[in-house]
Design a protein around this ligand. Structure first.
Ligand code: GCO
Ligand code: MG
Length: 409
């Protein structure tokens, strides 16, 4: 569908930069001069998405009517014949976010107004607490609670393992993609399963039950092990246990759910509604973790979350530092408008990120707030500042069991 008016797309650019970490950002400009931004960051595979956008999508977007968001989504999804997958869907997600940004700017309204308007005053956010010992982890949670957070994720080093997912290094926040070739982490299921119930028990014992407690298993257990862990943690009333198994096997969750009342969250690596259709419609999960940056932008995430609402599943959008402030803003606008918001992960960003991304959402005492009078997504990107931070190749780690064989990271 070709445009012709001021809403016609006249320029498409991809900005790859590393202000503290790598980001891929899409810029779409209309004939009338409106600019929309989209986040296309796929941690560790950034340039594949940048190429998909530059080499395959930009020619398709030029001359199209930017107001036809739903139709363009279908065009990009059905058009190539090769559907889904993280690279394709991150690219479509960025286009979709940028078009919603433009739609809001054209209407003079924040995107959440276009999605139905404000349904809550603020969003509960959760940060990452971690420690090399149980004591450090408890102290780390205390600090977050003092800052006003009502929900906190906890990870701690598993005794006996050389490295553990999710533990901060020095004063820096935990950033898994930090090496120019994949770091090798180590894994032992018995050591992990022995440790986690002790960690969670110590947290509740020392800090009580007056806050929401989360833990990320990062896709490493079998369904039976996951069911056991969920049962063990029941007395500690978790807010959620995340990514207990690699979830391309959706039916595995029927076994886990049948054995535990610990709430289950999954979906940060999903990229379409088909990845979570069975999980949602069978009520095998409690929170769906897809994010607007990887699961088709605002348009597709709205469909996922509407389906989820029918089955009592709430949102818990992925929000690590590898979702850029643009993607974070898209998650936040959705969170303000939907009835089934659960929680928003907010890991925070390296300091330099703010030199490139000027975000108008705010973190106030552990909750996210948003302005009524900033049109679009409310994040402006400084392209000149971005040029000061060239791309640096970074990989996520891989994981090996103690016998040297590969495990899920
Ligand atoms: C989370 C995630 C992240 C991922 C990272 C990979 O719960 O926030 O598990 O820590 O590992 O986003 O790129
Ligand atoms: Mg996770």
């Amino acid at each position: 569908m070709t445009g012709g008016g001021s809403r016609t797309i006249r320029e498409v650019d991809v900005v790859v930069s590393a202000p503290g970490r790598n980001y891929v950002t899409l810029r779409i400009e209309t004939v009338g001069g409106l600019v929309g931004w989209g986040d296309a960051t796929l941690n560790g595979r950034e340039l594949a998405v940048a190429s998909y956008l530059r080499d395959h999508l930009s020619a398709l977007l030029l001359g199209k009517d930017s107001a036809r968001i739903g139709d363009l989504w279908q065009y990009l999804y059905r058009g190539p014949y090769w559907r889904r997958g993280p690279v394709t869907m991150a690219a479509i997600s960025a286009v979709d976010q940028a078009l919603w940004d433009i739609q809001g700017k054209a209407a003079g309204m924040p995107v959440f107004q276009l999605l139905g308007g404000r349904a809550r005053e603020r969003l509960m956010a959760y940060p990452h607490a971690s420690g090399h010992t149980v004591e450090d982890a408890v102290a780390s949670i205390s600090t977050k609670l003092e800052q006003g957070y009502a929900a906190v994720r906890v990870q701690a080093s598993v005794p006996g393992l050389a490295s553990t997912y999710g533990i901060h290094v020095g004063d820096e926040a935990y950033e898994p993609a930090h090496t120019d070739l994949p770091d090798e982490e180590s894994w032992s299921t018995p050591l992990y399963l022995d440790f986690v119930p002790k960690l969670i028990a110590a947290v509740r014992d020392q800090l009580g039950y007056g806050f929401n407690l989360l833990h990320d298993g990062h896709h490493r257990l079998t369904p039976t092990e996951a069911a056991w862990l969920g049962k063990e943690l029941e007395p500690y009333r978790m807010f959620w246990l995340e990514d207990v198994t690699p979830a391309e096997d959706q039916a595995a969750f029927s076994l886990i759910k049948a054995h535990t009342t610990t709430p289950l969250a999954v979906g940060e690596v999903f990229n379409s509604i088909w990845d979570c259709q069975q999980l949602i419609t069978n009520r095998w999960i409690d929170y769906i973790r897809c994010a607007t940056t990887h699961a088709g932008g605002i348009t597709h995430m709205k469909r996922i979350l509407d389906l989820a609402d029918l089955y009592g599943v709430r949102s818990g959008c992925h929000g690590p530092s590898d979702v850029s402030p643009v993607g974070m803003a898209a998650n936040i606008h959705l969170g303000f408008a939907i009835p089934n918001f659960g929680v928003q992960e907010f890991m925070g960003y390296p300091e330099e990120t703010a030199e490139v991304f000027r975000a108008s959402y705010r973190l106030v005492e552990g909750h996210l707030e948003i302005d009524e009078d900033v049109p679009g997504l409310g994040v402006e990107v400084d392209v000149e500042a971005a040029a000061r931070f060239p791309y640096e190749r970074k990989y996520l780690p891989v994981n090996r069991r103690l016998d040297g064989s590969m495990h899920d990271w």
